[in-house]
Design a protein around this ligand. Sequence first.
Ligand code: GTP
Ligand code: MG
Length: 194
Amino acid sequence: MIVKNPKFEISAVSEKQYPKGKLPEIVLVGKSNVGKSSFVNTMLNRKSLARTSNTPGKTRQINFYNIDEKFYFVDLPGYGFSKMSKQEKVISGKYIEEYLNKRENISLIILVLDIRHNPTEDDFLMFDYILKTNLPFIVLTNKADKIAVTKVDTEVERIKKSLGISYSTILPFSAERKIYIDEVWNEVEKYLKL
Ligand code: GTP
Ligand code: MG
């Protein structure tokens, strides 16, 4: 995919603010600090279009990135951030749920996990939630640069087993090292009827 002019469009906190129109949406979900915003930057080859931070809880709203008027990357707030106040957790949980429940434009959900770890309790809850929506999804295991290249396949298999998904797509990724981008674009493009 050749991306020419990706733009940040809006940070939404409610349905009313979501972009109008029918462009397909590719949505990033995952725990805080796993690299959802970094994924957006890496895929678009931009350094800081999406704001990232090594302090978890950077993305607090629903950020829509308009990709050449063809589709949106939708960067959701992360979950499972222990330092968030109870109220903040409830609020960001509400944003995520409202978006996933009501938005008709969703073409693909990308669940981002950390390749080094087993999915957390929150990841399992989110995964069940995704299954219940019946929307298409893939799983990305990010931060592959943190492990030896020779271990990548084994770790991906381990996560696949723990989620109990034999037929679904699960791919490694590294937003940091910018590897596996072509594989992920190939997959994403399948869900964009461009
Ligand atoms: P929230 O906005 O809090 O939900 O987090 P996020 O999922 O958007 O994470 P973000 O992209 O802000 O990245 C969090 C931290 O992880 C940053 O310090 C990134 O530089 C780092 N990071 C992201 N992807 C990778 C990766 O593939 N490898 C390594 N080593 N670090 C990464
Ligand atoms: Mg973020």
